[in-house]
Design a protein around this ligand. Structure first.
Ligand code: ADP
Length: 192
């Protein structure tokens, strides 16, 4: 199964992706994690991305597409994947659509996690304390939420038009949200 998770920073994409990965037995591809690994490794790409990410701005579409093409060419995606953090604007959505068409593996579901803005701000503040991520400071959080509303929200319409959008209420316990996702993509709790 090929699935993309959509939702604002703090909407729980990473948490749910981890569970879905176990349940569906497909790899979790997080562009944020891929970028943070490049930063940690001190690669050329990581050096380019580091300051952009700390501000909460988007890293260039070219860098992201190259990284994604590379990841999607690995053999473990034959069984499908859960994509998290991409696409973040319409150009990326378009590029991904073309890439998947080229490899004959269209997206099955785009799951949108809907969470109120107040709740997002609370969750990100909590995460800042717990994890100390460089981009969870108030200024960067505000910037990421603005970019989400301006550039990423239109991606939801893109998938709606393609007939694969599943909107899921993203508040409540992690288990509740997980169950709603499985219902939305019509996967039974006991089925692998
Ligand atoms: P969050 O969704 O909580 O903001 P992510 O881990 O998904 O966190 O992303 C962290 C940062 O990595 C983003 O703010 C951005 O700088 C960069 N990034 C991740 N994915 C993309 C993407 N598809 N396009 C551009 N930049 C990205």
């Amino acid at each position: 199964m090929r699935l993309v998770l959509l939702g604002a920073p703090g909407s729980g994409k990473g948490t749910q992706a981890t569970r879905l990965k176990e349940h569906l037995q497909v790899p979790h591809i997080s562009t944020g994690d891929l970028l943070r690994a490049e930063v940690a490794a001190g690669s050329t790409l990581g050096l380019q991305a580091k300051a952009v990410m700390a501000r909460g701005d988007l890293v260039s579409d070219d860098i992201l597409l190259g990284m994604l093409e590379d990841r999607l060419s690995r053999p473990d995606v034959a069984s499908g994947f859960i994509l998290d953090g991409y696409p973040r604007n319409l150009a990326q959505a378009d590029a991904l659509g073309k890439l998947l068409a080229r490899i004959g593996q269209p997206m099955d579901h785009a799951v949108q996690l809907e969470v109120d803005t107040d709740k997002l701000v609370d969750r990100l503040a909590g995460r800042a304390q717990a994890e100390g991520r460089a981009d969870d400071n108030p200024e960067s959080v505000r910037n990421r939420l603005n970019i989400y509303n301006d550039q990423t929200a239109p991606v939801i319409d893109f998938y709606r038009q393609h007939g694969v959008l599943k909107a899921v209420h993203g508040e409540g316990s992690m288990d509740e949200v997980f169950t709603r996702i499985l219902e939305a993509i019509m996967v039974g709790i006991d089925v692998g």
